[in-house]
Design a protein around this ligand. Sequence first.
Ligand code: NDP
Length: 248
Amino acid sequence: MSDLRGKTVIITGGSRGIGKACCLEFAKQGANVVFTFNKSQKEADDLVVEIKKFGVDCLSLQTDVRDYDQCYAVVQKTLEHFKQVEILVNNAGIKKDKALFMMLAEEWKDVIETNLYGTFNMTKAAIITFLKQKKGCIINMSSVSGIVGLVGQTNYSASKAGIIGFSKALAKEVAAYGIRVNVVCPGFIETDMVGSLREDLKKEILKLVPLKRLGTPEEVALICTFLASEKASYLTGEVIRVDGGLAI
Ligand code: NDP
């Protein structure tokens, strides 16, 4: 039996892509799921129905992760409904790719605020609960782009590298309280984020991936449930690439 059964997980950006796959995998393994979305109300409503088919409870909350008060409300509503929360997956993220000389300050700001401030906001909102209960697991979604840097992604790479530094520092800070913090770095995964790339660009990308295919959201979700489980009880401050070898 999965040791996630009966636990509660908060997943940001659960309405689509990797976040959605995480919601379904955690539910499949018996966890109650709270997920946030920004704009995709219809997708969120449909997902609640899918999640409940696994016999677990689910809350969906419209939340802009750029706003600390909204993130704080997510944790409060989770505690009101479930009385507990053990796992946080900071997955919500955006990209606005452009060469630096063309990049608008607004495009820099949007990406940093969503990806990096969003991770800070949700983590800060949840950490008091984790510290009080001396138990908690945080999984932050970074990217291969945060490890190696990718052309056209100075804003995105900076935000994702920031998430790695943030996670390593926090892992040291809270380890004594039984809280683990780890990072997942996907490569190119088949979601709307990659779907928006030009076909010729996708072909070029595949040449760089030793396994010669895009990854699936489910392959990333399985690493997240592993990190949240007791199987990963001695893992903290770790950065795991799920990238088909892209960053070797
Ligand atoms: P998608 O674009 O498919 O989904 C993004 C999710 O984030 C959506 O649920 C969206 O909500 C939510 N979101 C966006 N902005 C906000 C916001 N301001 N507040 C709250 N939620 C928000 O992305 P992916 O599934 O592809 O990516 C998920 C994570 O994985 C991201 O952090 C991304 O950077 C990372 N990643 C993805 C890779 C890939 O190849 N796909 C590669 C490496 C990393 P809504 O639906 O309401 O808009």
